[in-house]
Design a protein around this ligand. Structure first.
Ligand code: MN
Length: 696
């Protein structure tokens, strides 16, 4: 186990200004807190955090990160509280330790492979600070190194799987290929011991992975480069069992068919020499067609740069050659940490920056590049997932959604039909409306109804492409039929207005340049054929001897809202409100509350509507009239008579003001349409008992 002075020495070796007093304090604090706890191996628990701290120094992390390594298990496994940590070590370290603790509490239990990527992102989003992730990675590295002490095979496999699917890819993503390799191999051994043993034994038999073959190849390659006058450092290593196995699985091939079991690295000074070296290799050896890759011109997402080529090597074995500069090599092995460790890296040319800041910035750049390059990163925060939100299904599946996603987006992410019939959701057990915006970690339970369908209004709050396209698709599929139905309803409405019995056969749709009656309906509802033209046409058909007992009124409940029939946003009619509507070209019918004062009502053709067939109170709307009558005995009766005989209902009359000559009346009435109101006003003005009439 590393001692406190030794740890201090390691940190001082790369950061002479580090707060060593605090480091010592953390060392002692961790020993005392874990006191008698033991690991599965039987050794004192403190060995583990001490080892994690030591691993972190290998990446030359700042002292806060090293201290976090020492303290990373105290919140979870001892009585130490977060406040206590804050008081003793300050808020930065408390924040980091808390972050690692939170990460450790998230369990990756699902074996579904598609979940893994979401889970990794979720961890990154939860990490908040890159150091939290690095401590967690070193914690895991040490745990997997000591996995054999855990007696339960189940538990071992669980940790191994999580390491393989979550932590190794995370290590790879930030460019720590050595950490990734070690994690993968240890996990592979624990998950598939038979395959692990088989591949390693086979490699031994093939003798291409043994040291003699490697040494001989290196000396032969060195000779060729010397002759070519290129100063190159050459090393070679065999592929790890896990990456061989992965290739066998992926390409469905056997071990012998894999080309690059052994890879040799040619490390040179400049990029130019890389390409020169490639020329040297290709001149001296037979190359395998289709195996050449230029990751210098086009780096991998994790910033990996190299030239790769596969050749038949000096001993007639297929080998892969990787050519890179020293700088590229450091990045390949240690990832972003390399930028921090080596001052000659041009990435940290800005000396004014605090060191740890530079490291974090570079790590972030790499993580950022490996995801969506357009994201903007802020300081040490893992901000690149600020544009994503991670939520859980009731079964614990993780769903990744863009920032601002709502219950509807979540529903569509699960299944198109769930989205199409979503009427609401429960977030963490609490009922919420469909447009509720989701937060990280929310557990979302979608509530559906077979009577629900997507509405145009949803487009205003959904953020995912899937939700948007499903809603559009639904609306498009319904659009034609909805407008046709509206056109039919409008035609019936016009027929009934002129007491004509409706019949499709009497419609001469060719007059309106329509080939079919369905086209006619569609064009009428869309406003392509103006309503008043059709009204004139129908009116001309009417004769006095045709009477129709029942008036046809359009029922808005027969239509899908937001397609051909819309509810006005100024007054938001709800079921039971008295409603009226106007037909707006291109848009369709817009339904308003009867007494809505929008100008829209006077600007377009008015159409009578009601909610549904059972709706007894069909079209109607409220109006208020201020009527000044002469103070005569018959005035009052005359006014009420005129109003009621016109077919309007009086719901309230009040006398606001009385004088010797006049009464001021306020009369609330229910009328059929605005024209009706005009008629009443005219009739009132015409009678001798009324002095003035105003609509309020
Ligand atoms: Mn730990």
């Amino acid at each position: 186990m590393i001692t406190s002075p030794k740890l201090a020495e390691l940190v001082l070796s790369y950061d002479p200004n580090a707060n060593i007093d605090l480091l010592r304090k953390a060392y002692m604090f961790s020993i005392q807190s874990h006191s008698l706890q033991k690991r599965a191996s039987g050794s004192p628990f403190f060995y583990h955090p001490a080892e994690v701290a030591k691993l972190l120094t290998e990446f030359k992390l700042d002292v806060s990160a090293i201290i976090t390594g020492l303290l990373h298990d105290v919140l979870e496994d001892t009585n130490v509280s977060l406040d206590e940590l804050k008081e003793i070590f300050g808020s930065e370290i408390a924040f980091l330790v808390d972050g690692v603790t939170k990460l450790s509490r998230i369990n990756y239990t699902s074996s579904k492979i598609h979940q893994a990527e979401n889970f990794r992102k979720f961890l990154l989003a939860t990490s908040k600070d890159i150091r939290v992730l690095l401590v967690k990675l070193m914690d895991r590295l040490h745990n997997i190194r000591t996995l054999n002490y855990i007696s339960s095979i189940e538990k071992r496999k669980e940790i191994a799987l999580e390491t393989l699917e979550i932590y190794a890819p995370l290590a790879e993503r930030i460019g720590m290929s050595l950490v990734k390799d070690e994690m993968e191999d240890a996990a592979f051994y624990n998950l598939h011991p038979t395959e692990y043993t088989f591949i390693n034994r086979k490699l031994e038999q093939m003798k291409i992975n043994d040291s003699e073959f490697i040494t001989n190849t290196i000396s032969e390659l060195s000779r060729i480069f010397r002759d070519a006058g290129i100063d190159a450092e050459i090393n070679g290593r065999g592929k790890k069992a896990y990456s061989i196995w992965k290739k066998m699985q992926k390409r469905n091939v056997n071990l012998e068919q894999i080309n690059d079991i052994v890879a040799f690295r040619v490390i040179v000074k400049t990029v130019q020499q890389c390409y020169l070296s490639l020329g040297v290799i290709h001149t001296n050896f037979q190359i395998m067609p289709g195996k050449f890759k230029d990751y210098i011109s086009i780096p991998k997402l994790n910033n990996y740069r190299s030239l790769h080529t596969t050749i038949i090597g000096p001993f007639s074995q297929r080998v892969e050659i990787q050519i890179r500069t020293e700088e590229m090599h450091r990045v390949a092995d240690d990832g972003a940490a390399a930028h921090w460790s080596y001052k000659d890296s041009n990435v940290i040319s800005d000396e004014s920056m605090p060191k740890h800041y530079t490291l974090i910035k570079n790590l972030l750049t790499i993580i950022k590049n490996s995801n969506s390059p357009e994201d903007i990163i802020d300081n040490s925060k893992l901000g690149m997932f600020d544009n994503e939100v991670f939520c859980f299904t009731p079964l614990g599946d993780l769903i990744a959604l863009p920032h601002g996603a709502t219950v509807v987006d979540f529903a569509y992410e699960i299944h198109t039909n769930i989205g199409n019939t979503c009427i609401g959701g429960k977030i963490n057990g609490k009922m919420v409306p469909i447009k509720t915006v989701l937060k990280n970690g929310d557990q979302v339970d979608i509530i559906t109804s077979p009577y629900q369908h997507p509405e145009t209004a949803w487009k205003k709050f959904v953020v995912t492409c899937k939700a948007m396209s499903c809603i559009n698709k639904f609306i498009k599929s319904r659009e034609k039929i909805e407008f046709q139905n509206l056109g039919l309803a409008l035609t019936k409405y016009l027929f009934s207005k002129f007491n004509l019995e409706f019949s499709e056969t009497v419609l001469d749709v060719k007059r309106f340049s329509c080939t079919t009656v369905q086209r006619f309906y569609y064009n009428l509802a869309k406003g392509n054929i103006p309503l008043h033209i059709v009204e004139m046409y129908v009116k001309n058909k009417s004769t006095d001897n045709i009477t129709l007992p029942q008036e046809h009124v359009i029922c808005v409940m027969n239509f899908t809202p937001g397609i051909a029939v819309h509810f006005a946003e100024c007054c938001h009619p709800i079921l039971g409100d008295k409603v009226i509507s106007v037909l707006i070209p291109k848009k369709g019918l817009v339904v308003h509350v009867a007494n809505c004062d929008t100008k829209e009502l006077s600007a377009y053709s008015f159409v009578k509507v009601k909610w549904n067939n059972d709706d007894e109170v069909e079209v109607a709307f409220n109006a208020k009239l201020r009527i000044v009558i002469f103070n005569r005995s018959e005035s009052f009766a005359t006014v009420t008579n005129i109003i009621s005989s016109s077919g309007a209902n009086i719901t309230n009359i009040s006398v606001d003001h009385r004088s010797i000559d006049f009464f001021d009346l306020q009369v609330d009435i229910i009328i059929n349409d605005p024209f009706h109101l005009g008629e009443i006003q005219a009739a009132l003005r015409a009678c001798g008992n009324v002095r003035s009439v105003h609509c309020l």
